[in-house]
Design a binder for this molecule. Structure first.
Ligand SMILES: CC(C)(COP(=O)(O)OP(=O)(O)OC[C@H]1O[C@@H](n2cnc3c(N)ncnc32)[C@H](O)[C@@H]1OP(=O)(O)O)[C@@H](O)C(=O)NCCC(=O)NCCS
Length: 182
């Protein structure tokens, strides 16, 4: 069970009991537009998704972490978003990071802080070599976060996803261990 800490955050494994909080936080246009969370989401679907993700976690293929705030004991256990490590490939030593935050918690640098500790875990503990990020070409906030982590822009995957009756282009970035260590 992986738990990561930063100055302001604690990242800990998502549990089935987090389904309602996830459902409530994802009732937001930006999340529905830019992530794989479906528009017809429900608490039941959130539970099913957690179960599916936790199977991947047990197989060592993913990390699915709830982001909580450290500072205020009262809301210590309240989730503010999720950061995940997906497609962990031990042979090729690579994985991809994805994330979202509830609307009221954005623009405070939380995701950058969460990405930094997860990157350190990836390179130093999991001994991975390549961490990929991708975001819609329209998602300026995510683009800014990824670029602020010094990830290298690798190109655009045209019409990579189909959502809301149209295709979306994705910007792909990656950080290699040698770049991270520099
Ligand atoms: C993407 C997301 C996780 C960023 O989280 P965050 O904690 O707000 O990120 P940070 O505070 O670390 O940084 C956001 C930066 O983007 C900037 N930004 C926010 N909205 C912006 C916009 N519409 N255009 C340009 N810049 C924008 C902020 O000013 C900030 O820049 P700064 O670091 O220079 O101050 C959050 O916006 C979110 O959850 N969005 C909806 C879901 C989503 O898009 N997930 C990612 C899918 S790839």
């Amino acid at each position: 069970m992986v738990t990561l800490k930063t100055q302001r955050l604690i990242l800990h494994p998502v549990k089935i009991s987090d389904a309602e909080a996830i459902y409530n936080l994802t009732r937001d246009e930006e999340i529905l537009k830019y992530t794989q969370v479906p528009r017809d989401y429900s608490i039941k679907k959130a539970r099913e998704h957690i179960t599916k993700e936790n199977k991947k976690v047990k197989q060592g293929k993913a990390l699915h972490l709830a982001i909580t705030l450290k500072e205020n004991k009262k809301i210590n256990k309240q989730m503010i978003g999720i950061i995940s490590l997906n497609s962990i490939n031990k042979q090729h030593k690579r994985a991809a990071i994805g994330y979202w935050l509830g609307k009221q918690y954005r623009n405070k640098g939380y995701i950058k802080e969460a990405c930094k500790v997860l990157l350190s875990f990836c390179f130093n503990q999991l001994k991975l070599n390549r961490i990929q990020f991708s975001c819609s070409t329209e998602n300026k906030a995510s683009q800014k976060v990824i670029e602020s982590l010094n990830a290298v822009f690798e190109g655009i995957q045209r019409q990579k996803t189909y959502k809301d009756c149209r295709f979306h282009d994705k910007r792909v970035y990656a950080i290699l261990k040698e770049e991270y260590s520099r």
